[in-house]
Write a protein that binds this ligand. Structure first.
Ligand SMILES: Nc1ncnc2c1ncn2[C@@H]1O[C@H](COP(=O)(O)OP(=O)(O)OP(=O)(O)O)[C@@H](O)[C@H]1O
Ligand SMILES: [Mg+2]
Length: 270
Protein backbone atom coordinates (compact mmCIF):
# COMPACT_ATOMS: atom_id res chain seq x y z
CA UNK A 1 0.00 0.00 0.00
CA UNK A 2 1.37 3.41 -0.89
CA UNK A 3 1.27 6.69 0.98
CA UNK A 4 -1.44 7.81 -1.44
CA UNK A 5 -4.02 6.12 0.81
CA UNK A 6 -4.08 9.37 2.74
CA UNK A 7 -5.98 11.19 0.05
CA UNK A 8 -8.10 8.34 -1.21
CA UNK A 9 -11.80 8.81 -1.70
CA UNK A 10 -12.25 11.74 0.64
CA UNK A 11 -15.53 13.12 -0.66
CA UNK A 12 -16.93 16.49 0.40
CA UNK A 13 -19.82 14.66 2.06
CA UNK A 14 -17.63 12.60 4.33
CA UNK A 15 -17.21 14.29 7.68
CA UNK A 16 -13.89 15.98 8.43
CA UNK A 17 -11.27 14.25 10.52
CA UNK A 18 -12.50 14.00 14.06
CA UNK A 19 -12.37 11.95 17.18
CA UNK A 20 -12.93 12.35 20.89
CA UNK A 21 -10.97 10.98 23.78
CA UNK A 22 -12.33 8.10 25.83
CA UNK A 23 -11.55 7.96 29.53
CA UNK A 24 -12.02 4.88 31.67
CA UNK A 25 -11.19 5.27 35.36
CA UNK A 26 -11.41 2.35 37.74
CA UNK A 27 -14.13 0.59 35.76
CA UNK A 28 -15.41 -2.60 37.38
CA UNK A 29 -18.40 -4.71 36.51
CA UNK A 30 -20.08 -7.76 37.99
CA UNK A 31 -22.95 -9.83 36.59
CA UNK A 32 -25.45 -11.53 38.82
CA UNK A 33 -25.47 -15.31 38.29
CA UNK A 34 -27.78 -17.53 40.35
CA UNK A 35 -28.04 -14.81 42.96
CA UNK A 36 -24.25 -14.44 43.21
CA UNK A 37 -22.24 -11.49 41.94
CA UNK A 38 -19.65 -12.66 39.39
CA UNK A 39 -16.92 -10.07 38.86
CA UNK A 40 -16.18 -9.69 35.16
CA UNK A 41 -14.05 -6.54 34.96
CA UNK A 42 -11.86 -5.11 37.68
CA UNK A 43 -10.42 -1.64 37.94
CA UNK A 44 -9.89 -0.87 34.27
CA UNK A 45 -8.16 2.48 33.80
CA UNK A 46 -7.38 3.51 30.24
CA UNK A 47 -7.16 6.90 28.56
CA UNK A 48 -7.64 6.71 24.80
CA UNK A 49 -6.58 9.89 23.04
CA UNK A 50 -8.76 11.56 20.41
CA UNK A 51 -7.98 9.97 17.06
CA UNK A 52 -6.08 7.06 18.58
CA UNK A 53 -6.52 3.41 17.51
CA UNK A 54 -6.44 1.05 20.47
CA UNK A 55 -6.61 -2.73 20.06
CA UNK A 56 -7.74 -4.98 22.90
CA UNK A 57 -6.74 -8.64 23.10
CA UNK A 58 -7.40 -11.25 25.75
CA UNK A 59 -8.76 -14.73 26.34
CA UNK A 60 -12.37 -15.60 25.55
CA UNK A 61 -14.66 -14.55 28.40
CA UNK A 62 -12.27 -12.02 29.93
CA UNK A 63 -14.77 -9.19 29.50
CA UNK A 64 -13.76 -7.50 26.21
CA UNK A 65 -17.29 -7.22 24.81
CA UNK A 66 -18.60 -6.12 28.19
CA UNK A 67 -16.01 -3.35 28.24
CA UNK A 68 -17.07 -2.12 24.78
CA UNK A 69 -20.73 -2.29 25.81
CA UNK A 70 -19.95 -0.14 28.85
CA UNK A 71 -18.19 2.47 26.65
CA UNK A 72 -21.13 2.37 24.22
CA UNK A 73 -23.58 3.12 27.06
CA UNK A 74 -25.28 -0.26 26.72
CA UNK A 75 -24.55 -1.43 30.28
CA UNK A 76 -26.51 0.41 32.91
CA UNK A 77 -24.66 -0.71 36.00
CA UNK A 78 -20.92 -0.58 36.57
CA UNK A 79 -18.47 1.06 38.93
CA UNK A 80 -16.02 3.74 37.90
CA UNK A 81 -16.00 6.56 35.39
CA UNK A 82 -16.53 6.38 31.63
CA UNK A 83 -16.32 9.58 29.60
CA UNK A 84 -16.33 10.39 25.91
CA UNK A 85 -15.04 13.87 25.12
CA UNK A 86 -15.29 14.78 28.79
CA UNK A 87 -18.98 13.77 29.08
CA UNK A 88 -20.07 10.89 31.27
CA UNK A 89 -21.60 7.99 29.34
CA UNK A 90 -25.05 6.97 30.56
CA UNK A 91 -26.81 5.75 27.42
CA UNK A 92 -26.00 5.05 23.77
CA UNK A 93 -25.36 8.24 21.78
CA UNK A 94 -24.64 9.16 18.18
CA UNK A 95 -21.11 10.03 19.32
CA UNK A 96 -20.25 6.37 19.56
CA UNK A 97 -20.69 3.75 16.81
CA UNK A 98 -20.51 0.02 17.36
CA UNK A 99 -19.68 -2.76 14.89
CA UNK A 100 -20.19 -6.37 15.93
CA UNK A 101 -18.69 -9.62 14.72
CA UNK A 102 -21.82 -10.35 12.69
CA UNK A 103 -22.99 -7.51 10.46
CA UNK A 104 -26.50 -7.19 11.94
CA UNK A 105 -27.87 -5.55 8.79
CA UNK A 106 -31.64 -5.65 8.33
CA UNK A 107 -32.21 -8.47 5.79
CA UNK A 108 -35.30 -6.79 4.30
CA UNK A 109 -33.41 -3.56 3.46
CA UNK A 110 -30.87 -2.88 0.73
CA UNK A 111 -27.32 -1.70 1.43
CA UNK A 112 -28.40 1.89 0.77
CA UNK A 113 -31.49 1.58 3.00
CA UNK A 114 -29.54 -0.08 5.80
CA UNK A 115 -26.99 2.74 5.86
CA UNK A 116 -29.73 5.39 5.54
CA UNK A 117 -31.52 3.90 8.57
CA UNK A 118 -28.72 5.23 10.77
CA UNK A 119 -29.64 8.77 9.67
CA UNK A 120 -33.39 8.49 10.13
CA UNK A 121 -33.50 10.58 13.32
CA UNK A 122 -31.24 13.29 11.87
CA UNK A 123 -33.35 16.43 11.53
CA UNK A 124 -30.54 18.72 10.32
CA UNK A 125 -29.91 17.12 6.93
CA UNK A 126 -32.20 17.42 3.92
CA UNK A 127 -33.36 14.29 2.11
CA UNK A 128 -30.80 15.01 -0.63
CA UNK A 129 -28.12 15.68 1.98
CA UNK A 130 -28.79 12.28 3.55
CA UNK A 131 -28.76 10.54 0.16
CA UNK A 132 -25.40 12.14 -0.69
CA UNK A 133 -23.95 11.19 2.67
CA UNK A 134 -25.10 7.58 2.28
CA UNK A 135 -23.66 7.40 -1.24
CA UNK A 136 -20.30 8.80 -0.14
CA UNK A 137 -20.09 6.18 2.61
CA UNK A 138 -20.94 3.43 0.14
CA UNK A 139 -17.97 4.67 -1.88
CA UNK A 140 -15.82 4.91 1.25
CA UNK A 141 -16.19 1.17 1.86
CA UNK A 142 -16.00 0.43 -1.87
CA UNK A 143 -19.52 -0.93 -2.28
CA UNK A 144 -20.37 1.21 -5.32
CA UNK A 145 -22.61 -0.79 -7.61
CA UNK A 146 -24.12 -2.75 -4.69
CA UNK A 147 -26.36 0.02 -3.36
CA UNK A 148 -29.52 -1.95 -4.16
CA UNK A 149 -28.27 -5.35 -3.06
CA UNK A 150 -29.85 -7.07 -0.06
CA UNK A 151 -27.58 -8.49 2.66
CA UNK A 152 -28.09 -12.08 1.47
CA UNK A 153 -26.78 -11.02 -1.96
CA UNK A 154 -23.48 -9.88 -0.44
CA UNK A 155 -20.42 -11.84 0.62
CA UNK A 156 -19.60 -11.83 4.34
CA UNK A 157 -16.85 -9.27 3.82
CA UNK A 158 -19.10 -6.98 1.77
CA UNK A 159 -21.83 -7.16 4.41
CA UNK A 160 -19.28 -6.30 7.07
CA UNK A 161 -18.15 -3.30 4.99
CA UNK A 162 -21.78 -2.17 4.78
CA UNK A 163 -22.02 -2.47 8.57
CA UNK A 164 -18.88 -0.34 8.94
CA UNK A 165 -20.37 2.28 6.57
CA UNK A 166 -23.58 2.26 8.62
CA UNK A 167 -21.58 2.86 11.79
CA UNK A 168 -19.53 5.66 10.20
CA UNK A 169 -22.33 7.52 8.40
CA UNK A 170 -23.43 9.31 11.56
CA UNK A 171 -19.81 10.58 11.92
CA UNK A 172 -19.30 9.11 15.37
CA UNK A 173 -16.37 10.52 17.30
CA UNK A 174 -15.65 7.03 18.58
CA UNK A 175 -16.00 3.73 16.74
CA UNK A 176 -16.05 0.55 18.81
CA UNK A 177 -15.29 -2.62 16.88
CA UNK A 178 -16.03 -5.97 18.53
CA UNK A 179 -14.24 -8.66 16.51
CA UNK A 180 -15.46 -6.94 13.33
CA UNK A 181 -13.60 -9.32 11.03
CA UNK A 182 -14.03 -12.50 13.06
CA UNK A 183 -16.58 -14.06 10.73
CA UNK A 184 -14.87 -13.49 7.37
CA UNK A 185 -12.44 -15.79 5.58
CA UNK A 186 -8.69 -15.28 5.94
CA UNK A 187 -8.10 -13.54 2.60
CA UNK A 188 -11.05 -11.18 2.99
CA UNK A 189 -9.87 -10.49 6.49
CA UNK A 190 -6.44 -9.38 5.24
CA UNK A 191 -8.14 -7.11 2.74
CA UNK A 192 -10.53 -5.61 5.29
CA UNK A 193 -7.72 -5.02 7.78
CA UNK A 194 -6.08 -2.80 5.18
CA UNK A 195 -9.44 -1.13 4.49
CA UNK A 196 -9.84 -0.39 8.19
CA UNK A 197 -6.33 1.04 8.29
CA UNK A 198 -7.20 3.26 5.31
CA UNK A 199 -10.48 4.38 6.89
CA UNK A 200 -8.79 5.25 10.13
CA UNK A 201 -6.03 7.16 8.32
CA UNK A 202 -8.67 9.06 6.35
CA UNK A 203 -11.09 9.81 9.18
CA UNK A 204 -9.05 9.74 12.38
CA UNK A 205 -12.09 8.60 14.28
CA UNK A 206 -11.05 7.29 17.69
CA UNK A 207 -11.23 3.52 17.30
CA UNK A 208 -11.21 0.80 19.94
CA UNK A 209 -11.14 -2.70 18.48
CA UNK A 210 -11.42 -6.05 20.19
CA UNK A 211 -9.77 -8.87 18.29
CA UNK A 212 -8.50 -12.39 18.83
CA UNK A 213 -5.99 -11.87 16.05
CA UNK A 214 -2.73 -10.52 17.48
CA UNK A 215 -1.32 -9.60 14.07
CA UNK A 216 -4.48 -7.60 13.36
CA UNK A 217 -4.19 -5.86 16.73
CA UNK A 218 -0.60 -4.90 15.88
CA UNK A 219 -1.28 -3.89 12.28
CA UNK A 220 -3.95 -1.41 13.33
CA UNK A 221 -3.22 -0.27 16.88
CA UNK A 222 -1.29 2.68 18.26
CA UNK A 223 -1.49 0.64 21.44
CA UNK A 224 -2.44 -2.92 22.24
CA UNK A 225 -4.16 -3.51 25.57
CA UNK A 226 -3.70 -7.02 26.93
CA UNK A 227 -6.47 -8.14 29.26
CA UNK A 228 -6.08 -11.02 31.66
CA UNK A 229 -9.10 -13.04 32.74
CA UNK A 230 -11.16 -13.77 35.86
CA UNK A 231 -11.94 -11.00 36.42
CA UNK A 232 -10.82 -9.09 33.35
CA UNK A 233 -8.11 -6.56 34.16
CA UNK A 234 -5.30 -4.89 32.30
CA UNK A 235 -2.17 -7.03 32.21
CA UNK A 236 -0.13 -4.57 30.14
CA UNK A 237 -0.32 -2.01 27.38
CA UNK A 238 2.07 -2.11 24.43
CA UNK A 239 2.81 1.02 22.42
CA UNK A 240 3.32 0.43 18.70
CA UNK A 241 5.33 3.19 17.06
CA UNK A 242 5.66 1.58 13.63
CA UNK A 243 4.72 4.23 11.01
CA UNK A 244 1.66 3.83 8.80
CA UNK A 245 0.59 2.54 6.46
CA UNK A 246 1.78 -0.75 7.88
CA UNK A 247 2.03 -4.03 6.01
CA UNK A 248 2.17 -6.32 9.03
CA UNK A 249 5.61 -7.58 7.97
CA UNK A 250 7.60 -4.94 9.88
CA UNK A 251 10.19 -6.47 12.21
CA UNK A 252 8.99 -4.19 15.03
CA UNK A 253 5.54 -5.77 14.76
CA UNK A 254 6.95 -9.29 14.74
CA UNK A 255 8.92 -8.54 17.92
CA UNK A 256 5.80 -7.05 19.54
CA UNK A 257 3.85 -10.18 18.62
CA UNK A 258 6.29 -12.30 20.62
CA UNK A 259 5.84 -10.03 23.62
CA UNK A 260 2.04 -10.32 23.42
CA UNK A 261 2.20 -14.11 23.08
CA UNK A 262 4.44 -14.19 26.15
CA UNK A 263 2.00 -11.97 28.06
CA UNK A 264 -0.88 -14.24 27.08
CA UNK A 265 1.26 -17.24 27.96
CA UNK A 266 0.95 -18.82 24.54
CA UNK A 267 3.61 -21.17 23.22
CA UNK A 268 5.53 -21.39 26.49
CA UNK A 269 4.68 -25.03 27.23
CA UNK A 270 7.98 -26.63 26.25
N1 LIG B 1 -25.62 -10.45 30.38
C1 LIG B 1 -24.79 -11.23 31.06
N2 LIG B 1 -25.21 -11.87 32.18
C2 LIG B 1 -24.37 -12.63 32.90
N3 LIG B 1 -23.09 -12.83 32.59
C3 LIG B 1 -22.62 -12.24 31.48
C4 LIG B 1 -23.45 -11.41 30.66
N4 LIG B 1 -22.71 -10.95 29.62
C5 LIG B 1 -21.48 -11.46 29.79
N5 LIG B 1 -21.43 -12.24 30.89
C6 LIG B 1 -20.25 -12.94 31.40
O1 LIG B 1 -19.19 -12.01 31.48
C7 LIG B 1 -17.97 -12.62 31.10
C8 LIG B 1 -17.33 -11.78 30.02
O2 LIG B 1 -18.13 -11.83 28.85
P1 LIG B 1 -17.71 -11.04 27.54
O3 LIG B 1 -18.74 -11.34 26.50
O4 LIG B 1 -17.46 -9.63 27.88
O5 LIG B 1 -16.32 -11.75 27.20
P2 LIG B 1 -15.36 -11.59 25.94
O6 LIG B 1 -14.01 -11.29 26.45
O7 LIG B 1 -15.97 -10.65 24.97
O8 LIG B 1 -15.38 -13.07 25.33
P3 LIG B 1 -15.25 -13.55 23.81
O9 LIG B 1 -13.80 -13.34 23.45
O10 LIG B 1 -15.58 -15.00 23.88
O11 LIG B 1 -16.20 -12.75 22.98
C9 LIG B 1 -18.29 -14.04 30.68
O12 LIG B 1 -17.97 -14.90 31.74
C10 LIG B 1 -19.78 -14.04 30.46
O13 LIG B 1 -20.36 -15.28 30.83
MG1 LIG C 1 -16.78 -10.86 23.04
Amino acid sequence: MSASVLHLRQSPFVAPLSGKDVVLEGVSKAFSMNGKDMPVLRDITLHVKAGEFVSIVGASGCGKSTLLRIIAGLEKTFDGIVQIGGQGVEAPTRDCGLVFQDHRLFPWLTVRQNIAMALRSNRELSTQGKADLVQSHIALVKLDGFENAYPDQLSGGMAQRAAIARALVTSPSVLLLDEPLGAVDALTRLHLQRELQRLWMTRRTTMIMVTHDIEEALLLGDRVVILQPRPGRIHSVLEIHTPRPRTGEETTLLAAKRRILDALNVGNDE
